[in-house]
Design a protein around this ligand. Structure first.
Ligand code: NAP
Ligand code: MG
Length: 464
């Protein structure tokens, strides 16, 4: 794999300030495929300075012109889709088809939505005798995870650029090559120098330096709740804006009137996609006691289609593989019943985990409370609707969820009572304009669509 040995700062690839590098590993065969520089606080400082210098010019660029640049960026993402998909497959391990449709495809939709929003959004409002100006927050420090390496980047950078902000990105150490490709795309799209800057590096070094930098106005972070809590505290101490997209433990609630087979099949597919490394995955399947045994049989049959190395890829790293296998062992130890999969690795090489289904899971078990981030689904039995709601809402998280019922209105009535930021009704469909983000400890703030754009704006009221 092609890799840059420098940082993209101020519109050019510059040598890193320090000598350290990060090895990028292909999780399917455990081979080192590239090295990228491990950024230091000095690299971050250079990048923030470049973003600060570019800010006045970009903030003053008319929204229609900002929209045209974002549209050009989208076009480069389209033109380079194959290369993006191959890169995501190489460093994340996702099957190529998933990389093409989701990892390369979704960012095109999101970038396109912000090209349109930048052109159509009202950056000025009237209320009574006031005119309210919606102005860019300033320099954005973006810190992203590896699970959707390009989507997570575009979901921050596109709205930031649409708002008139400038950006410094610190991508995940496991997937820096996709981030370098994105920087190439920004360059090719003709964005002014310094509007977007990339510093690859380790979280506790480059990420920490970016989150704590006094000249960053807003920190937008996606990742674990543990790191998010720390970043929120640092931002709070400095009185700066912060957006946190954190973990989830979402419920897939199958009401008794639903098409059970469809709900179980889509539910299994939802968890197995991307090897379970999706923060919004419906990892708890809630089934009425009278349909429970049938649902378990359906789930066992559905998961058999996910053959490791074919339809389902490895996890991103040995560390994640170990972590997920540890959770599976814990599920067994706490008395859940394995109906598919288990802790043994299904292949000798590569960081694979067996697609795993647990039955007889009770709501308080560790596997029903903590985010596993792997191909593991827990089937939980409920007595009645109120019980289902109590279980669905009974974790510290609230990122996503699903409800299935014969009647849409019945599903919506249940969804209204759920403490969560997104609910798919009878399967739903991805909407790049729908706000995405968490209730409770799943985060602060929203991404995507106009709600995502407003995160990067601040208001100034003029009274007449
Ligand atoms: P993570 O350790 O929190 O990492 C996320 C990002 O933060 C990475 O770029 C990481 O760098 C960086 N980082 C780590 N420590 C840091 C620190 N002290 N200061 C500043 N930055 C730091 O998360 P992960 O384990 O890689 O990703 C999985 C987690 O992310 C899961 O919990 C998942 O639910 C969550 N997630 C949430 C969403 C969402 O939209 N809500 C989306 C995806 C993932 P390194 O790569 O060097 O560690
Ligand atoms: Mg990490």
């Amino acid at each position: 794999m092609k890799a840059h040995d420098g940082m993209y700062i101020g519109g050019q690839w510059r040598p890193a300030r320090g000598p350290d590098t990060i090895a990028v590993v292909n999780p399917a065969d455990e081979q080192v495929i590239a090295h990228v520089p491990a950024g230091t606080a000095d690299d971050v400082d250079d990048a923030v300075r470049a973003a600060r210098e570019a800010l006045p010019g970009w903030a003053a660029t008319p929204p229609a012109e900002r929209a045209a640049r974002i549209a050009a960026l989208r076009d480069v993402l389209v033109a380079r889709a194959d290369e993006i998909a191959e890169t995501v497959t190489a460093e994340l391990g996702a099957p190529l088809q998933l990389s093409q449709t989701v990892h390369a495809g979704v960012p095109v939709l999101v970038a396109g939505s912000y090209a349109e929003l930048a052109a159509s959004y009202s950056f000025e409002e009237k209320t009574g005798n006031s005119t309210v100006l919606l102005e860019p927050v300033g320099v954005v420090g973006a810190i992203t995870p590896w699970n959707y390496p390009l989507h997570q980047v575009v979901a921050k950078v596109a709205p930031a650029l649409a708002a008139g902000c400038t950006v410094v990105l610190k991508p995940a150490e496991d997937t820096p090559l996709t981030a370098q490709l994105f920087a190439e795309a920004v360059d090719e799209a003709g964005l002014p120098a310094g509007v977007f800057n990339l510093v690859t590096g380790l979280g506790p070094v480059a990420g920490q330096a970016l989150a704590a930098h006094e000249d960053v106005d807003l920190v937008s972070f996606t990742g674990s709740t543990a790191v998010g809590r720390q970043i929120g505290a640092t931002a709070g101490g400095a009185v700066k804006r912060v957006a946190l997209e954190l973990g989830g433990k979402s419920a897939n609630v199958i009401l008794p009137s639903a098409d059970l087979a469809k709900a179980v099949n889509v539910g299994i597919a939802n968890v197995m996609s991307n090897s379970g490394q999706t923060c919004s995955a419906w990892t708890r399947m809630l089934v009425h006691k009278d349909q429970y045994d049938e649902a378990v049989a359906l789930a066992r049959a559905a998961v058999a289609k996910y053959v490791p190395g074919e339809r389902i890829g490895p996890l991103v790293s040995a560390k994640q593989q170990q972590r997920v296998r540890g959770y599976i062992e814990k599920g067994v130890a706490e008395g859940a019943r394995l109906v598919a999969g288990g802790p043994e690795a299904p292949r000798e090489t590569g960081y694979y985990v067996s697609p795993t289904v647990f039955a007889d899971v009770t709501p308080e078990m560790t596997i029903a409370q903590e985010e596993i981030f792997g191909p593991v689904v827990s089937l939980i039995k409920y007595e009645d609707e109120d019980d289902a709601l109590r279980i669905a809402n009974g974790t510290v998280y609230g990122l996503a969820g699903a409800v299935w019922a014969a009647d849409e209105a019945e599903a919506v009535a249940f969804a209204r009572r759920m403490d969560t930021g997104q609910v798919d009704i009878n399967g739903g469909r991805f909407n790049p304009l729908a706000p995405f983000g968490g209730y409770k400890q799943s985060g602060v703030g929203r991404e995507l669509g106009p709600h995502g754009l407003s995160e990067y704006l601040q208001t100034k009221s003029l009274q007449f």
